[in-house]
Design a protein around this ligand. Structure first.
Ligand code: ADP
Ligand code: ZN
Length: 373
């Protein structure tokens, strides 16, 4: 076990490299961490109402210790916050306070706040710098690392965005203690994903510690965050703009997006919950194709289930989940290239690969079985 008080992971991207700080008590140290990159003792914070209530004062106090003042923009919580209207109002609010290219904006929140704020930062006066302070597990292990920023359009999720890397990521482990349990489990789906992609050892760690992870045990959870961030950092360093290997991070995601779409992106199914089911589907489909043994597929499924996630489409909340509709959604997913559906499949646990020639007929048959009463 790594020393819990000081973990640091570097995302190596040449001049744009940055560190992910992972530890307890980091909000209180935000001033000390950010001071070296500030040109004046002032930052802009974008957050949501829920997070503001619980964690904003700690962050502001941490900044104030180093004499840094903050202007705060608070947005409503929820996916619908990632819209044009909030992009505009947030940019306007920051500019009205004098924000310019030399300034730093801090995203304090989950993926919603991180995605929107990263885009705001990329656009405001052609780019100000930003710091990610992710407060959900999902944001700590996934969305805050790697520089994908976006808002949603009526044409679909995350369609308006930029690759824009932060200056630093501050992943305070204490904030995870206030996370609603569904959000915790949704984040655990993205955690186990790294094991399933290419790290059997990490998969086994998760298997052995499922109960503790579910109870947000601080030590086990920060170890899981560290390994996940290392995996993400490594993949992003190798393939920043997803031309190749980064696509492995989409394990379970094409299935998941189809489920989310079938549920109308409603609150009955969180993204991470859909990813949990989607990864189980990817393993079952890999088994159906004879790529992966039944034993491995069942083991993957059990481990996902042990994290409190549903693996059976028929028992999944929300919906309706119907085979042909799911296929339709999958064919329309943005990863479809020239009519060929690309899926991340697996030859076993820790042996995922990019399959660019998925056969629609076999997938249709599989989805029919998955959704049959
Ligand atoms: P994600 O990171 O999964 O994309 P969101 O940004 O939508 O998720 O955050 C999920 C929900 O959890 C939101 O309602 C948000 O306000 C709330 N939230 C975020 N971080 C915390 C936290 N540390 N404690 C409690 N609630 C939080
Ligand atoms: Zn995801």
């Amino acid at each position: 076990m790594t020393n819990k008080s000081a973990m640091q992971v570097t995302v190596a991207l040449g001049e744009r490299s940055y560190d992910i700080h992972i530890a307890s008590g980091l909000l209180s140290r935000a001033g000390e961490l950010t001071k070296p990159i500030l040109k004046q003792p002032r930052v802009y914070i974008v957050t949501d109402e829920n997070v503001a209530k619980i964690h904003l004062e700690t962050l502001k106090a941490g900044l104030a210790k180093e004499g840094i003042s903050a202007f705060v923009e608070v947005l409503p919580p929820g996916e619908s916050t990632k819209c044009y209207a909030n992009l505009e109002s947030t940019i306007d609010a920051l500019m009205a306070q004098g924000a310019d290219r030399n300034d730093v904006v801090i995203a304090l929140g989950g993926g919603v706040i991180g995605d929107l704020t990263g885009l705001v930062a990329g656009l405001l006066k052609r780019g100000m710098r930003f710091v990610q302070v992710p407060t959900t597990l999902l944001a700590q292990v996934d969305s805050s690392v790697g520089g994908k920023t976006a808002i949603n359009s009526k044409m679909g999720k995350n369609l308006i965005g930029l690759f824009n890397q932060p200056e630093m990521v501050i992943a305070d482990q204490d904030v995870l203690q206030t996370l609603p349990v569904r959000e915790l489990r949704a984040g655990l789906a993205e955690v186990i994903k790294y094991g399933l992609i290419d790290d059997v050892e990490f998969f086994e760690f998760i298997e052995q510690n499922a109960e503790k992870l579910n109870a947000a045990d601080p030590e086990i959870l920060s170890e899981a965050v560290r390994v996940s961030c290392e995996a993400k950092a490594r993949i992003v360093s190798e393939d920043e703009t997803e031309r190749g290997k980064r696509a492995l991070l989409n394990l379970g995601h094409t299935f998941a997006h189809a489920l989310e779409r079938a549920n109308g992106f409603g609150p009955a199914l969180l993204h991470g919950e859909a990813v949990g089911t989607g990864m189980a589907m990817a393993f079952r489909y890999s088994q159906a194709l004879g790529l992966c043994s039944g034993q491995e597929a069942v083991r993957a499924e059990k481990a996902i289930f042990a994290l409190g996630l549903e693996t059976d489409v028929r028992k999944l909340s929300g919906g309706p989940y119907e085979g042909d509709a799911l296929l339709e959604h999958m064919m329309h997913d943005k990863k479809t290239e020239q009519g060929n559906l690309t899926l991340i499949l697996a030859k076993g646990i820790g042996q995922s690969y990019i399959e660019k020639q998925v056969d629609a007929d076999s997938l249709r048959a599989f989805l029919k079985i998955e959704t049959a009463d």
